[in-house]
Design a protein around this ligand. Sequence first.
Ligand SMILES: *Cc1c(COP(=O)(O)O)cnc(C)c1O
Length: 488
Amino acid sequence: MKYISTRGKSEEVSSAQAIKNGLCPDGGLYVPESIPTLSEKELKRLSKLDYAGRAAKIISMFLTDYPKDELEALCRRAYSPERFGEHPAPVKKAGDLNVLELWHGPTCAFKDMALQLTPLLLSAALRLTGEKRTANILVATSGDTGKAALEGFCDVEQTKIAVFYPANGVSALQKLQMTTQEGKNVCVTGIDGNFDDAQTAVKTIFSDREFAESISDRSFFSSANSINWGRLVPQVVYYVSAYLDMASSGTIAFGDSIDVCVPTGNFGDILAGYIAKKMGVKISKLICASNSNRVLTDFFDTGLYDRRREFFTTVSPSMDILISSNLERMLYFVCGAEKTAGYMKDLSEKGSYHITPDELEKMREDYEGLCCDEQNTLKTVKEFWEKEKYLCDPHTAVALNCAKRYAADHSNPILVLSTASPYKFTPSVCKALGLGEAPDAFAAADILFAATGAPIPAGIEKVRKKPVRFPGCIAKDKIKDAVKEFLG
Ligand SMILES: *Cc1c(COP(=O)(O)O)cnc(C)c1O
């Protein structure tokens, strides 16, 4: 399987090379030249395997230059019970909705589902491509990717990782999880800007030829954001796996269609759902759930993507994004490389682009965009706890709210993706449940535990006692200097 650029101006490469590069030289994102499919028979065979076994089979269809045995071993390591407990991605019930919980990994957010594996895939890619230099991983994070990437790359040989997060745009616990990170090859820095500022600065460094040249004798840049294919492909697995689990448990009959509702920011998670659909999983609609930053909702309504709008800091900060990078891959699938390159140029030069009515109609065959404001997000946390005894975090609440409204006039069973443990966002969850304000994130966790009995995850308890190693915060135009300093 070869990988090509969404903007059509880069050479095709192997999957190992695509993972090593992160971003294409022409600024585009790598996509497989075709999407492999799973027959009904193959799906039924996958159904008999555990999560790691399913992951190895599905990922090997995309990463064809990786030895199959090695992929199996890497998946076993990444999705081990020590890292994820008994089932990495269980499907639970919350009233009429089915909830796919993706936060049982070490950092308590769905980013672990990919980032426990991505560093192993990158290490293997270095070997497969004969690369002897160090991979410098630059990460822009809206909160959860940073910690998950730090945990995944911590002390991985031949790699260094620098994380940039919006200093005032993450939860207190997310910040502590990152600033207390251990490891010799890590660096964490706050910036006085939002996620889009961090992401744009990092992408600019990736395409800075001069900078790359100046370090090229000993190292090179790569990415752990969902712009990297090695981050995206592990996410396809849980859509397939959840469908198979729903069929095995009798929630649906094998072959029934389901709709899937995904709390969305950078469009990586939901794009993995689209790929699962194209592989043959019976997903009818992908419901793209946004918070008050409803740029995607407006896009799916009108075909106009316009980032020139007010940016809101919300109770679901990991979705506070106005430039959803992975939408570029979707544009490529619908419009092809030439038009995608044009739209991306419009986005960076004018701040907006407008797809044609035909293109919009094609997108809407697969997607529906809905959004949920702050008040309704908190109300949903409370309602699901009181009515269904299901405790959720605010990101999941955005999706539960959208899914409930969608279900009112549609009949397919709905699978809602739950992307974070409620304990990652305890102050907001406590507020939603009327438990008052706590002085800090850990006091809030104790209050939430006392009120609900939901166990506090080990990954969160661990942070409680750790000293802060990275208190720094810099201006957003100083990111390049910080990277230079980190590389020495
Ligand atoms: C990252 C994240 C999202 C958004 O996922 P995308 O792939 O960026 O669309 C939603 N919820 C949580 C908790 C996250 O960490």
